[in-house]
Design a protein around this ligand. Structure first.
Ligand code: NAD
Ligand code: ZN
Length: 236
């Protein structure tokens, strides 16, 4: 299991032009988050939900990884199993920074993928609208019940088990760009020997005094100090 766990959220992708929930741009405001991100939305509001994720998928086509994604990707390639790159983000900016998709643990799903609700098969459709691919029919079983591969609020998140396993032997937890509202990070900082926090500003859901190092600045600015701390620990 990893000695270093990096847990990121929407903030790490903000400088790449993908908006977080809180500083939502016009596009997000067009939708009521609860209608398109909550369990049941694919039953009660299927067409609009699919349209929303089609747009998000299209949106990320031209987005570029930033310095923070690149540094973390290099560290993962260098230290492999000693570092786990775990993200709440559904974008592909770690992959665009050079990591294999298998090397990134996406806790809440992955925009380029869709899943067949009937047979469970997952397909990478890149930046396409899901209805434009396979005529909307699952190539494995023919069902038309294809959905974005995204974990909605209230749905089970199977990858949380992977997060918990990786935290077991972890010596350093690095939290970057997450407000801690969806996944609590206080207990991680409390029970793991070393901890680093990087956000733009304090969050009501995070007790900063539990962290050894706190950077309230852009991820691209904090990442060099974070890299130093990771390299120092892994060299021991
Ligand atoms: P959040 O919006 O709740 O919090 C974002 C955090 O990032 C804040 O604490 C803010 O201070 C910090 N931040 C903003 N800009 C930053 C920067 N340049 N550098 C460093 N920190 C910065 O995000 P969350 O905690 O990830 O939770 C939101 C949920 O929304 C997650 O489940 C996530 O899956 C989803 N989401 C994903 C994306 C994406 O894939 N890029 C975008 C929006 C929302
Ligand atoms: Zn199927």
């Amino acid at each position: 299991m990893a000695r270093v766990v990096v847990l990121s959220g929407a903030g790490i992708s903000a400088e790449s032009g993908i908006s977080t929930f809180r500083d939502s741009d016009g596009l997000w405001e067009k939708y009521d988050i609860k209608d398109i991100c909550t369990v049941g939305c694919l039953v009660d509001n299927r067409a609009e939900t699919i349209e929303f994720y089609d747009k998000r998928r299209e949106d990320i086509a031209d987005k570029k990884s930033n310095h923070a994604h690149y540094i973390l990707s290099e560290l993962k390639k260098r230290y492999r199993g000693d570092i786990a790159i775990i993200t709440q983000n559904v974008d592909n900016l770690f992959e665009k920074a050079g990591l294999a998709h298998e090397d990134v643990i996406h806790l809440h799903g992955y925009l380029p993928e869709v899943e067949c609700e009937e047979c469970g098969e997952v397909f990478d459709i890149g930046y396409e609208k899901q209805a434009d691919v396979f005529n909307g029919e699952c190539p494995a079983c023919g069902s038309d019940m294809i959905r974005p591969f995204i974990v909605m609020f209230g749905e089970a998140a199977p990858k949380y088990e992977v997060l918990n396993r990786e935290l077991d032997d972890c010596e350093l937890i690095v939290v970057i760009g997450t407000s801690g509202n969806v996944i609590g990070v206080n207990a991680m900082a409390q029970f793991i020997e070393h901890s680093i926090l990087n956000n733009l500003e304090p969050s009501d859901a995070i007790e900063e005094e539990l962290f050894d190092e706190v950077y309230y600045t852009k991820a691209s600015e904090a990442i060099d100090s974070i890299e130093e701390a990771i390299v120092k620990l892994l060299a021991e």
